[in-house]
Write a protein that binds this ligand. Structure first.
Ligand SMILES: Nc1ncnc2c1ncn2[C@@H]1O[C@H](COP(=O)(O)OP(=O)(O)OP(=O)(O)O)[C@@H](O)[C@H]1O
Length: 252
């Protein structure tokens, strides 16, 4: 049974149909990658799923709950978390304080001053566990804005994990990374799938092919094809439309 279902989703911008009757299913503990050339409609679809945009038609369901018209906060409560490419990080606060704030926001307790938050052993333990989960224990007392790019992306993932999502939406987690950081992030994403399903939007095809159980290819707002990695890799139309003449390991 599918954990997450998108059905008949349509988003129009004037005459342009950016999302054209898109259907998508993500199974529990599956890593499902969404790929497509520039302008295919990936960002629009992600924004519809996370609640930044509302669709003109169609439905979005997570674990039986209808998300289609819910505001973002309600979607997070229903089990959908999205990584926002570092924009959710407070750069002047420490990694620990960033995590404490995220944990506290999820625990539903009222906001207090930084100092008080840091004295709550339950919150501190949860924040430390999140740091350990993404490999940032060494950086707990570092100012988040001074971390290298790759570590900031790891922190971004940890912030999304604070909500204990059923489905984690990762929007280009490898963007701007060198090979070493990219490999670290690939390992991290792989380790997360034991606890949640992941919808991965990524241009780094090496990472996509290494991680994905299934892949959906979007072209001109429409689903061209959904299938396992081998089906996608070997599909002539995908190679022509999306991968072009480059090798499947390096195409973006
Ligand atoms: N707010 C908007 N108003 C009008 N057109 C838009 C808007 N947002 C996106 N579009 C158009 O919708 C289409 C899909 O864009 P989208 O950004 O979703 O594609 P994408 O696959 O994410 O591309 P990229 O990989 O370059 O980020 C494009 O033609 C784009 O110009």
């Amino acid at each position: 049974m599918s954990l997450f279902v998108v059905n008949g989703l349509v988003k129009r911008f004037g005459a342009l149909v950016a999302t054209d009757h898109v259907a998508l299913e993500v199974h529990p503990n599956e890593i499902h990658a969404l790929i497509g050339p520039n302008g295919a409609g990936k960002s629009t679809l992600v924004n519809l799923i996370s609640g930044l945009l509302l669709p003109d038609e169609g439905q979005i369901e997570l674990d039986g709950a209808k998300l289609t018209t819910l505001p973002m906060e309600a979607r997070i409560r229903a089990g959908l978390s999205r990584c926002f490419q570092i924009t959710s990080i407070f750069p002047k606060a420490t990694v620990l304080d960033n995590l404490l704030l995220a944990v506290q926001a999820q625990s539903g307790s009222s906001f207090r001053f930084w100092a008080d938050r840091g004295r709550d052993p339950g919150l501190v333990e949860a924040a430390q566990a999140l740091a350990a989960r993404v490999g940032l224990t060494y950086a707990l007392q570092r100012c988040a804005g001074t971390l290298p790019h790759g570590a900031q992306r790891q922190l971004d993932v940890a912030l999304a994990l604070a909500a204990q999502p059923k489905l984690l939406l990762l929007d280009e987690p490898m963007a701007g990374m060198g090979p070493e950081d990219s490999e670290r992030m690939t390992e991290l994403i792989h380790s997360l799938r034991q606890d949640m399903a992941i919808l991965l939007i990524e241009h780094d095809m090496k990472a996509v092919f290494a991680l994905a159980d299934r892949i959906t290819v979007l072209v001109y707002g429409k689903v061209l094809l959904s299938g396992d990695v081998e089906t996608i890799r070997n599909h002539a139309q995908v190679q022509a439309v999306y991968l072009g003449t480059e090798t499947t390991e390096t195409a973006a």
